[in-house]
Write a protein that binds this ligand. Structure first.
Ligand SMILES: N[C@@H](CCC(=O)N[C@@H](CS)C(=O)NCC(=O)O)C(=O)O
Length: 213
């Protein structure tokens, strides 16, 4: 398998966590978002939305959308399951993943931030307000969801799909100063995952294309 991604992309980070939790080997090809490589003709052939990640399977299929990729890994590979066995907790895991992937992450994506700054004239305070209102607002709702579902991890006591999606979003929130400090459960899970080998392996700073500060 080959993963096309970018070290600091939260959606790529989701897939890396899933690959690491399942202990799967893969090749990695960086797509430099800051250089706009996601919009090159060659990359658009792989991922028509011009977003990372893309996973190329061993038989050449090109998979896009991080949550669909994680579900593909779950359905086709062994290793620890990333979804609970029972339907209600399974629906909770998918709901948390969807809340973050659909209602939080897209509003803070690079192309949206670029558009707001360059075409709508947003200055730093307007950007901060945007980030707290939209990604931050969705994360406040996720904290309430976690109150109903979490144990040591997002749903119960085993890391899975929801954690693959939550941890990168918390990482991004910290990077963009989104106010999530009061979200106790979320922060507890985040800190626990910082000690987990699969999450350490998947961390942006541990990727070959990471830019050291
Ligand atoms: N829903 C997509 C989101 C992918 C996405 O937004 N990727 C971001 C990085 S986290 C990206 O490629 N941004 C490039 C851009 O905005 O130009 C998924 O889950 O794969």
């Amino acid at each position: 398998m080959k993963l096309f991604g970018y070290w600091r992309s939260s959606a790529t980070y989701r897939v890396r966590i899933a690959l690491a939790l399942k202990n799967l080997d893969y090749d990695y090809e960086p797509v430099n978002l800051l250089k706009g490589e996601q919009r090159s003709d060659a990359y658009l052939e792989k991922n028509p939305l011009g977003l990372v990640p893309t996973l190329q399977t061993d038989d050449g299929a090109l998979l896009t959308q991080s949550v669909a990729i994680i579900e593909y890994l779950e359905e086709t590979r062994g290793g620890p399951s990333l979804l609970p066995g029972n339907p209600v907790p399974r629906a909770h895991a998918r709901a948390i993943a969807a809340a973050i992937a659909s209602e939080a992450q897209p509003f803070g994506n690079l192309r949206i931030q670029k558009y707001l700054k360059e075409e709508c004239g947003f200055d730093a305070p307007s950007m901060a307000e945007w980030m707290n209102r939209w990604p931050g607002g969705a994360m406040a709702a996720v904290e309430k969801m976690l109150a109903r579902t979490a144990g040591d991890y997002c749903v119960g006591d085993v890391p899975g799909l929801a954690d693959c999606v939550l941890i990168p979003q918390v990482f991004a929130a910290k990077r963009f100063n989104v106010e999530i400090g009061g979200f106790k459960k979320m922060n507890e899970i985040y800190e626990r995952c910082q000690e987990h080998p699969a999450f350490i392996k998947a961390h942006p700073d541990n990727q070959p294309d990471a830019v050291k500060a």
